[in-house]
Design a protein around this ligand. Sequence first.
Ligand SMILES: NC(=O)c1ccc[n+]([C@@H]2O[C@H](COP(=O)([O-])OP(=O)(O)OC[C@H]3O[C@@H](n4cnc5c(N)ncnc54)[C@H](O)[C@@H]3O)[C@@H](O)[C@H]2O)c1
Length: 339
Amino acid sequence: MRVFVTGGAGFIGSHTLVQLMRKGADVLSYDNYCNSSPEALSRVKRLAQSDLAIVEGDICDPGALERAMGDFKPDAVIHFAGLKAVGESAEKPLTYYKNNIAGSIALLEVMNKIGCSKIVFSSSATVYDPDKPFPFTEDTPLKAASTYGRTKHFIEDIIRDWSAATPGSSAAVLRYFNPVGAHASGDIGEDPVGIPNNLLPYISRVAQGSLKELQVFGDCYDTADGTGARDYIHVEDLAGAHLAALEYIAGAKGCETFNIGTGTATTVLAMIRAFEAATEQSVPYRITGPRAGDVSTTVANPSKAEQVLGWKAEHDIEAMCRSVWNWQVRNPNGYRTPE
Ligand SMILES: NC(=O)c1ccc[n+]([C@@H]2O[C@H](COP(=O)([O-])OP(=O)(O)OC[C@H]3O[C@@H](n4cnc5c(N)ncnc54)[C@H](O)[C@@H]3O)[C@@H](O)[C@H]2O)c1
């Protein structure tokens, strides 16, 4: 199978590339490295012990996309490329709408031109209405609370409409919950630029000593210990969901949506304790007031993915913590660490 992967050098893309290549797929990574490093792809090749095609390009550049796709002639596309920082999306809404939505439209147009009609799309649990009861099923009403989440909601609708209008097309929209973890080798992982936005990369920087303490935003939520609870999913499990989705769209028609999570919520304090136990490092923290826009609990009902895709998460919180720490210790400066 020939798979065109946008955003292949990113956190989730790189882990998915390794699994695809190990299964023998022919893969092309198309990335402009606005939030990643080509070094990730060198490590992907080494881990998979095989080669992959690499094109540096922007999804908002239809000419470059058409040249890359036209030459490669993919059977399917996995579309990871996008900007993903919720806070930044409020400050730069037009940048987010242009990059994520206009880029996705350009991608679908080029797919039409070259005759590729199968796509797996990276959506997000941020599309759900946070005030609805959890666990969220795929039918829980949508109401994104951020500009970033709205870009995902719009792209989902665009892909659904495109699929309805494109005979023979097939699309899988994957709504990821909270991706964390790193490859077991410690060679690839999440490499945020600047101060991390996400909990586990932040915790591991505190444990490493490069950040002083973790601020825990609020302990008055309706959860076991009062801190916010999220459905954390190991990136290796998430990568596996893309392989299952590719297999599914190869034989399906239309557009289907799947929650990709574990079905279990972990609070911030439980995550700190799990990290300390798994790594024998201490994580100083301070409880502060709740952050505007945060919600108590987000958790998936992942049963549709299990029934239809035959996919289920396997890694537990301890494995997530251990793999993040292994990546952090081996790469204190991320991909800028000399090997
Ligand atoms: N990590 C999460 O918490 C999370 C949760 C839900 C959904 N998602 C979605 O999953 C996808 C992958 O996320 P990730 O965590 O791997 O992010 P990432 O930033 O590590 O990877 C995204 C990749 O896309 C590339 N990219 C961005 N805009 C591009 C453009 N215009 N042209 C070409 N390449 C471009 C970046 O350089 C990067 O390599 C994103 O669409 C993200 O919104 C991520």
